[in-house]
Each structure stands twice: as structure tokens, then as C-alpha cells.
Design a protein around this ligand. Structure first.
Ligand SMILES: Nc1ncnc2c1ncn2[C@@H]1O[C@H](COP(=O)(O)OP(=O)(O)OP(=O)(O)O)[C@@H](O)[C@H]1O
Ligand SMILES: [Mg+2]
Length: 462
């Protein structure tokens, strides 16, 4: 992988010297004539090392070093200083420079210092990535959000977590129902017991009863051995009935009995078994409507609806969009090894104005994609999917249509393809062969796509 070094010096000759001394197959050298220009470059380019002069007009070496330490803390900096002023070098090391080189310098020494600094940067970044992963792991239940709408959810979780009362989580797709269910379990008195999730919509109707209650060997064709059902697996712990609105009516009657009497019967077994489970059910369907349509038993509805927690849609908690986006940028950025330090004001505004029919999951996907597309350390508005900027989102919001599914697949794919092509072209400075290589496709295929998508290369600013 090619590494990128930014040389900052107001003297063009010295910049040229460093460019020719350092440029190699795996080193690419960019230059900036002063500290401010350097910061601009750092915002838009991915840079692995900065070599800066100490004395410069405008933002000087110490100033630049300070800015880098706060804004790009993982980026190593080498300071250049004249022999006569080695004091400066000592000062710069104190301020967080990785090393210094005294002018005039020996090219071989320079080479060694640069490679060591690059290695140091790698270590810092690996370290940060591992720490972020650990953090994510420890805080897997950390529910991000402080908006009034979400604070009500947090209060509800708090008041119910230690009881065994049945909970009904309702909310659109992607609002965090499963995450909340796990948080209730993990922070409640049953935390050391199993959490068993069953997606009622994903199990074939014929198998649901045996899945839930288990079966005895020989109970039906194919029942080759005894099987323990989910209720028993969840004994003493929590049973999460996801998509409970999709449960077929015959099974609803059996679940109702299990919830009322806390006993279950395996298929093909005449003995009853007592179980102690806390049930958390979730649905993105209007259950009352299903009750009215006779698709859902009224008695089961009341059994489940003991403690309802409605989860707000993301558009009802706009205040949480930026913190959630930053949370995903941090965790996802760290796991891909990319340095993302935030979002531009325009990007945040676009995200705040969008309606997010797919809620938090859609936001998470959007950030994940933006991290891939982003050129620099800041996610800009152009890195976000185009449909965020259209008044009618490309994502269908008709009832009954799964959110997160585009209404025009070909159109959406072409739009994504175009964005990736543009990103590659920008990264390659408009060089088509290099852009094709970045995308792992042949030049011929790249050229074909350019024509197909109507991309004009000469318009791409560098
Ligand atoms: N408060 C939150 N803080 C951080 N991440 C969250 C939060 N809520 C949800 N998420 C993340 O958003 C994604 C969607 O959440 P989850 O799967 O819990 O939603 P859901 O309501 O069960 O969706 P569906 O109805 O589609 O099953 C997950 O990746 C989850 O980790
Ligand atoms: Mg879910």
C-alpha cells in the first residue's frame, strides 16, 4: 500500500528536494507551502506522516504541530530545524513531534527517520483500532441517544429491567428493538442467564411449535431425537419473541397458554414442564390492527402488552442523529482502520433533514458507506448517498414494503456505481488507469462505465 507524506515548507527548493529524495514505489509525497495549507490538505487527504519546517510565515511549525496533535492525534510529525537552533527541536519533541531532522540533512538518515515514523503511525493506529473494538465490545449495550423521546425509552428500561414483567417493544424497522431487548436482559437481574431470540417470521409455520416447545423423538416424521425448545433453553433467562405479529394463529393459542400458566408441553410428550422465562416481544406491525383483522388474538395481545415500550422513529429524535452518526463513524471507522474525525456541518445538516425510513439501521449503513467513500478524515456531504438530498427519498415508505429497499433498484445501483467511480477518479487525480486499478476493474470496463454513467472526466476537479 502506498504511503502518503505531506512536506510543509515555505521554501519550494526544499520541498522539491524532499519530494525527489523520498518519492518511491511505496511513498507518495505531497507538499504545502505553509501551515494553513497543510491543514487544508490534511482535512481532505489521507496522510500518513507530516514533515514540517519550524519557522514559516503564517501558521508556523509549532502552531501546526499543536493543531495536528488535537485534530489528528494519530498522525506522526517530524520537525525540520536548522543546526543552530536545535533547542527548537527539543521543544518540538516536548510538544508531541515524533522526531526531528536537522538541516542540512543526510538523505539516508532522513530515509530511516521517515520509515520509523511511518511504522510508529501504524502502531498508533492499530492500537486505537483495538482499543475501539474493545470499547465497543464492553459497551455493546450502550444505547446512544439523549433526546427527550429516547430518554423516555431509557427511563422505561430502567424501571422494568429488574422485574419479570412481559414487555412489548413496538417501533418501525431499524429503531433498535432487538438492541433494547438485549439491553434490558443484560442490565437486569437475569443477566447471567440465557437470552434466547426467536424470529417468529423466519421459522416455517409447520416447525414453529417444535421450535418453541421442543419435541420427543418420533413425535413426527423427521423427529429423529429429542429436541429442547426455545422456552426451555431460555429457562431462568429471557425469551425474545421478535416479529411476534407474524406468529400464526394456532401457535398463538399455545404461546398464550405457556405465558398464562408458565408450563409447556413438548410435541409428542404428555408431561408438562414448568418454565420460568421473562418474555420480551417485539413487532413493527400495528398489533391492534391485526387484532381488529382477526390475525392476532386479542387475549394474547393483552398478555404481551403488560409493559409497552414504543421506540421512536429516528426522525422523531433528530437530536440523536449526530451523536449516533459519530458513534458509528468511530466504531466502524476504527474497525476498517480509517481515520475519521467527524462530519462537516453540511453533512450533519443533510442527515438531520432526511427522514430515515429505515431508522438507525439505515443511518448505520449510510455512515459505513460514507467511510469507504470519504477522501479525508472528515465525512463531507458529497460522501453521503444522493438520495439524502432529494425531497422524496429513493427508499419506499409504503406500508407493507420493507423499509431499506429501494423502489428503483437499477437507478439506485447506478447512482452508487457513479459515486464510487467519481471517488476513485478524485483519488487518482483524474487518471483513469489508476482509478480503474483502485476499483479492481480493467481500464476497458472503467471506460465503458464512464460512458454508460455519463461521467465527464475533464470536469473532475482536483
Ligand atoms: N440506541 C442505539 N445506539 C446505538 N446503536 C443502535 C441503537 N439502536 C439501534 N442501534 C443499532 O441499529 C441497528 C438496528 O437495531 P435493531 O436491530 O435493534 O433494530 P430493530 O428495531 O430490531 O429492527 P428490525 O425491526 O428491522 O428487526 C443495529 O445495528 C443496532 O446495533
Ligand atoms: Mg429486529
Amino acid at each position: 500500500m502506498s504511503r502518503r507524506i505531506l512536506v510543509v515548507d515555505d521554501e519550494p527548493k526544499l520541498c522539491d528536494l524532499l519530494v525527489s529524495a523520498l518519492t518511491s514505489a511505496d511513498l507518495h509525497v505531497l507538499t504545502a507551502a505553509n501551515g494553513l495549507l497543510a491543514l487544508q490538505t490534511l482535512e481532505h487527504e489521507s496522510i500518513d506522516l507530516v514533515i514540517t519546517d519550524w519557522r514559516m510565515p503564517g501558521l508556523d511549525g509549532p502552531g501546526l504541530l499543536g493543531e495536528i496533535k488535537t485534530r489528528f492525534p494519530l498522525l506522526p510529525v517530524i520537525v525540520m530545524t536548522a543546526y543552530s537552533t536545535v533547542r527548537n527541536a527539543v521543544q518540538s519533541m516536548r510538544n508531541g513531534a515524533y522526531d526531528y531532522i536537522a538541516k542540512p540533512f543526510d538523505i539516508d538518515e532522513l530515509d530511516i527517520t521517515v520509515h520509523k515514523a511511518l511504522q510508529f503511525g501504524d502502531i498508533l493506529r492499530d492500537n486505537a483500532r483495538m482499543r475501539a473494538q474493545l470499547h465497543e465490545h464492553q459497551q455493546i449495550d450502550s444505547l446512544v441517544g439523549e433526546s427527550p423521546a429516547f430518554s423516555r425509552v431509557l427511563q422505561a428500561i430502567e424501571s422494568v429491567r429488574d422485574s419479570s414483567a412481559t414487555i412489548l417493544l413496538t417501533g418501525e424497522s431499524g429503531t433498535g428493538k432487538e438492541m433494547v431487548a438485549r439491553a434490558i436482559h443484560n442490565h437486569g437481574s437475569r443477566a447471567n442467564q440465557p437470552f434466547v431470540a426467536v424470529n417468529c417470521a423466519a421459522i416455517p409455520e409447520g416447525l414453529l411449535e417444535s421450535e418453541m416447545f421442543g419435541h420427543r423423538k418420533g413425535a413426527f416424521t423427521g423427529a429423529l431425537a429429542d429436541r429442547v425448545g426455545r422456552f426451555v433453553q431460555a429457562d431462568k433467562g429471557t425469551l425474545f419473541l421478535d416479529e411476534v405479529g407474524d406468529m400464526p394463529l394456532p401457535l398463538q393459542a399455545k404461546i398464550l397458554r405457556a405465558l398464562q400458566e408458565r408450563v409447556i408441553e413438548a410435541v409428542g410428550d404428555t408431561r408438562e414442564r414448568k418454565v420460568d422465562v421473562r418474555v420480551i416481544a417485539a413487532t413493527n406491525k400495528g398489533l391492534l390492527e391485526a387484532v381488529a383483522n382477526k390475525e392476532f388474538r386479542e387475549d394474547l395481545y393483552y398478555r404481551l402488552n403488560v409493559f409497552p415500550i414504543p421506540l421512536p422513529a429516528l426522525r422523531e429524535r433528530v437530536e440523536d442523529i449526530a451523536p449516533l452518526a459519530r458513534h458509528f463513524a468511530r466504531t466502524l471507522g476504527a474497525s476498517t482502520g480509517k481515520r475519521i474525525n467527524g462530519f462537516s456541518a453540511e453533512a450533519l445538516q443533510a442527515m438531520a433533514e432526511y427522514s430515515w425510513p429505515g431508522n438507525i439501521r439505515e443511518l448505520q449503513n449510510c455512515v459505513e458507506r460514507a467511510i469507504i467513500v470519504a477522501q479525508g478524515a472528515t465525512i463531507e456531504a458529497v460522501d453521503l448517498p444522493g438520495y439524502l438530498f432529494h425531497s422524496t427519498p429513493a427508499i419506499d415508505r409504503e406500508p407493507g414494503v420493507e423499509a431499506g429497499v429501494p423502489s428503483d433498484l437499477d437507478g439506485s445501483l447506478a447512482q452508487m456505481e457513479k459515486q464510487f467511480m467519481l471517488a476513485a477518479l478524485q483519488q487518482s487525480g483524474g487518471v483513469q488507469a489508476a482509478a480503474a486499478q483502485l476499483l479492481g476493474i480493467s481500464e476497458r470496463s472503467f471506460w465503458y462505465r464512464l460512458k454508460k454513467l455519463g461521467i465527464q472526466v475533464d470536469r473532475i476537479a482536483r
